[in-house]
Design a protein around this ligand. Sequence first.
Ligand code: FES
Length: 142
Amino acid sequence: MNTRGRRAHVVCRADELGPGQRLIAACGAVEVGVFNLGGEYFALLNRCPHKSAPLCKGVQRGYLTADEPRQISISASKEVIGCPWHGWEFEIRTGRSYFNPHRVRARSYDAARVSGQEIAEEDPSVPTFRVQREDDYIVVYV
Ligand code: FES
C-alpha cells in the first residue's frame, strides 16, 4: 500500500469527497489538500511555494484556453487553484504554476480511491482512520 515508497494515509470515505469538492487533511507531518476532479483524485501540499500561504484554501476555477485572441473559454471542471495571499495559480493535476511552469511548482502527491477491503488486506498499519471493508476511501501517499 505505497506508491513510490510513500506511506498511505486514509483521509476520508469516498462519498465524503464528491466531484468538484476538496478537503484539507493532516497526513503525518504535512497538511495536504485533496481534490476530486470529475472522479479523479489529486493532492497538493497545503503550502504555497512563494511565501507558504495555505494554498489549498484558495479559489478554484476552470482552465482558461484561447484558440484565437479574444476567444477565451473556461473549462467546466475547476482544475486551477489560486493562492489566497498573492494569487499565484497552479494546476491541481500537476502542481505546475502558470507564471513559471518549469521552475515553480506546488508539491503534489499521489491520491487514489481504494476499497476498505484492499486497505485492510494490504497494509494493516494504515487504519489510524477506521475503515469498513465494504466502503471505499480516499488515500494520499505522502
Ligand atoms: S504566498 Fe502564495 S502567491 Fe504568495
